[in-house]
Design a protein around this ligand. Structure first.
Ligand code: FES
Ligand SMILES: [Fe+2]
Length: 457
């Protein structure tokens, strides 16, 4: 499906509403398999998950499953995780895991022992002559799906007629390219199951409008009035320019001086607050340490812009000294990139110069009332010092995720319960601050052939 690739900044600025079926209807959830998931490019893993030939991961979405394997140093292939003989899942993800990961020279089905090489050719069929020559490569080859990469992510698409990945991701990909996500590596990765639809879980991270109600402790550090914009399939939000001391819609946490009379102190307080309550993500240790030194390095009364400039320059030098070279991102690129992206359909990226906090929410089979939720931080590390990480199931509490994420999690099941109530009159998304969510439902409606957002009457 082709979409406009230009920014649609003012679109969806009227008071709109959209139906709740997308969250709660079992029929809708079943239809998603064919109408949405079978048609879209979707993030199935990171390139770093499979560094060596023979490394594989499994990926499940709804009732479908895939094996994604590196077949040469430069080639990744993706197959339906289905044996051609009688359809057994070829690779069983470990019980209780969000995905499987391992290394194989060949895949051997656990039912009757048929074998497949990494290129998907069936290399052994027990008692093949019994078929009297009827088994050809077309019948027995693993069924492949499209696979491509961007920003260090592996994407797959089940639709053989889909547009190229890059086209699907634009204009988000072009706006985000300067951040060079492909040079970042996992810092941590955790997952959990929520009692809500996958869209509801993702939407909890699609607008800063909830900061005032959910993360009240952050209000002492800044103003969180947000803008949001539709970019075709995708959308972005950030902090709006209500503070006249900033000339652009500055929106990343690393372009804000916090709140308070002394920008040297407030910059540090904001960075430290984020680092400690967002699970050591959404900023970096380098940035926090450089912010801590501001009171020693700058005179009292230094203007906020000068504080930010000095802070970023000294953090950049600190990182360079340990072998982390910052990408070149102009102030205009930083401003346009905003704070938080929704990459249709189920990926969220909150980016900074050397880091990003990312989310993915997936359906739980075809049950609309549950989802698999994954979050991970990626960051640039000195070569050879990348942490070794694996997926960790983590109960949704502050001790495991940090205060801020646990606050977000506390809304998931409650929102889902509320929108299932016959007393709920329908969604009232903020026409300025939550357009990203409305755009999500506008695009969903096109794929699903359901009711698009409509004017509130
Ligand atoms: S189902 Fe795989 S070998 Fe029979
Ligand atoms: Fe939040």
């Amino acid at each position: 499906m082709n979409k406009p690739v230009t920014a649609d900044i003012e679109a969806l600025s009227e008071p709109l509403t959209f139906p709740v079926e997308a969250y709660i209807s079992e029929e809708y959830a079943r239809a998603e398999g064919d109408k949405l998931w079978a048609k879209v490019w979707q993030h199935a893993g990171r390139v770093e998950d499979i560094p060596n030939v023979g490394d594989y991961i499994t990926y499940e979405v709804g009732t479908e499953g895939f094996v994604i394997v590196r077949t040469t140093p430069d080639t990744i292939r993706a197959y339906y995780n289905v044996c051609s003989h009688r359809g057994r899942r070829l690779v069983d993800p470990p019980a209780g895991a969000n995905c499987g990961q391992g290394h194989k020279n060949q895949f051997v089905c656990g039912f009757h022992g048929w074998r497949y090489d990494l290129d998907g050719n069936c290399t052994f069929k027990l008692d093949e002559p019994d078929w009297k020559g009827a088994l050809n490569d077309q019948r027995t080859h693993l069924n492949a799906v499209k696979v491509d990469t961007w920003g260090g992510w592996i994407f797959i698409n089940m639709d053989p007629d889909c547009v190229p990945l890059r086209e699907f991701l634009e204009p988000a990909a072009g706006i985000l390219d300067p951040f060079e996500f492909e040079k970042m590596r996992y810092k941590w990765r955790q997952w959990v199951i929520f009692d809500c639809n996958w869209k509801g879980a993702l939407e909890a991270f699609m607008e800063p409008y909830h900061v005032a109600g959910t993360h009240t402790q952050l209000l002492t550090h800044g103003d969180y009035y947000a803008y949001s914009a539709a970019y075709g399939l995708h959308g972005v939000s950030g902090f709006d320019q209500r503070d006249p001391s900033f000339k652009m819609k500055q929106s990343s946490t690393i372009t804000r001086a916090g709140k308070g009379k002394d920008a040297r102190i407030s910059t540090y307080e904001l960075q430290n607050e984020i680092y400690t309550t967002v699970n050591n993500a959404s900023t970096t240790e380098t940035l926090v340490n450089a912010a801590r030194r501001l009171v020693d390095e700058l005179p009292e009364g230094t203007a906020p812009e000068a504080v930010i400039k000095h802070w970023l320059a000294s953090a950049k030098a600190d990182d360079a000294a340990r072998g982390v070279i910052w990408p070149t991102i102009t102030p205009e690129q930083m401003s346009v990139a905003g704070l938080a992206w929704h990459i249709f359909p189920n990926m969220a990226v909150l980016q900074g110069i050397t880091f990003a906090l990312c989310y993915r929410a997936r359906p739980y089979g075809d049950n609309p009332h549950k989802c698999i939720f994954e979050s991970y931080a990626i960051e640039r590390f000195p070569a050879g010092q990348e942490p070794k990480t694996s997926w960790v199931y983590a109960d949704p509490v502050a001790e495991k995720w940090g205060l801020v994420l646990s606050q977000d999690f506390s809304n998931m099941a409650s929102v889902h319960k509320g929108i299932r109530s016959r007393g709920f009159r329908g969604t009232l998304p903020n026409p300025h601050q939550e357009r990203k969510i409305t755009n999500f439902h506008r695009n969903l409606a096109e794929y699903m052939g359901t009711g698009a957002p409509k004017l509130l009457d």
